[in-house]
Design a protein around this ligand. Structure first.
Ligand SMILES: [Zn+2]
Length: 329
């Protein structure tokens, strides 16, 4: 029998580069003779002081990913890691800015390598991956337009969504509306990071200005009960990453995290790892921490996974297959 920790899981919020195993990044740096030793501690873990420094370390780590083959290796390694924690379906954020400077020609080559790795990983580890193209907020609206063009041009079975990550306090959500509209017109579903750092105001902008269907994090909405009602009325799902929020000191510990309170109020919440090796987490640890803090058991996690697959951006056939696999356990 599966325990709540080994049970099959659905993850909706994972940055592909942010999930890069440190050993793989170190290996690539060694192969390319790039010196990024400063981003690791003596134990080989990523090390950073705060969120701004985290973004800098993140970008330094991605600097060794310079060709499609690197993304093949990265994708395969990340999916093997996720599958080892029971993840059977994952939606990964892919950033064209890190794949050939968000130029469409190179992006297609990088994407093709990522898709090939995803297909191989599905055969080897049974995990299904879909991609959400993300623009990076602190790179500004012009670069975001290029990322959304990459998204729109490659929208389809694999690329099923568009979103925005990066520094949430940079500008306002609607500065990026052009890119979101372009992606939406191409048939892509919409999510954006909101309410991780920007408080309820950022959530309000994501909901009313961008009309997002899901929110990356979204947890600071808990400070505004009326907005919580709005999320429930609009059936918006939150991609909650408790371990990430605690690691970045948004909340002092899991017990202080609003995920349980939001769930009990009727908000649709799901659980993801965000950038797992940076935050010393994985899906097994997330489930264990939630179980310990709130007494959640198998039933709770099972319903959480159902919520997640219902809010997934993939096609119905893929959803049905994943639901069957969740039900079979
Ligand atoms: Zn994120």
């Amino acid at each position: 029998m599966q325990s709540e920790f080994t049970m099959p899981k659905v993850e909706l919020h994972l940055h592909l580069e942010g999930a890069a195993p440190p050993a793989l990044i170190q290996q690539m740096a060694h192969e390319k003779k790039v010196d990024i030793k400063g981003i690791f501690d003596q134990n080989g873990h990523y090390v950073f002081r705060d969120f701004t420094h985290f973004l800098a370390v993140y970008e330094a780590a991605t600097s060794v990913l310079t060709q499609p083959l690197d993304f093949y290796r990265l994708t395969r390694a990340v999916l093997e890691q996720s599958a080892s924690h029971g993840v059977i379906y994952t939606e990964a954020f892919l950033s064209p800015d890190f794949c050939g400077q968000a130029e469409l020609g190179p992006w297609r080559e990088y994407l093709s390598a990522i898709q090939e790795a995803a297909a191989d990983a599905e055969k080897s580890f049974g995990i299904v991956m879909k991609g959400i193209v993300t623009c990076i907020r602190h790179f500004g609206p012009q670069k975001a337009k290029k990322a959304s063009l990459c998204a729109a041009e490659t929208a389809g079975d694999f690329i099923c969504g568009f979103g925005m990550g990066g520094a949430e306090t940079f500008g306002v959500q609607s500065d990026y509306l052009y890119g979101f509209d372009m992606a939406r017109e191409a048939g892509l579903r919409i999510t954006t990071h909101a309410g991780e750092w920007g408080g309820p105001e950022s959530v309000r902008q994501a909901v009313f200005d961008l009309n997002a269907e899901r929110l990356g994090h979204g947890v600071q909405v808990a400070e505004d009960p009326h907005l919580v009602d709005e999320l429930i009325a609009r059936d918006i799902t939150l991609e909650v990453c408790p371990g990430s929020n605690v690691a970045l000191k948004i909340y002092p510990d899991i017990r202080s995290h609003p995920i349980a309170k939001l769930r009990d109020r009727g908000v649709k919440v799901t659980v993801s790892t965000d950038d797992p090796p940076f935050f010393h987490t994985d899906m097994t640890k997330e489930y264990a921490a939630l179980s310990h803090a709130f007494g959640w058991g198998k039933e709770d996690f099972s319903s959480l996974n159902k919520t997640a697959i219902k809010a997934a951006f993939c096609d119905t056939a893929t959803k049905d297959t994943i639901i069957k696999r969740l039900d079979a356990e």
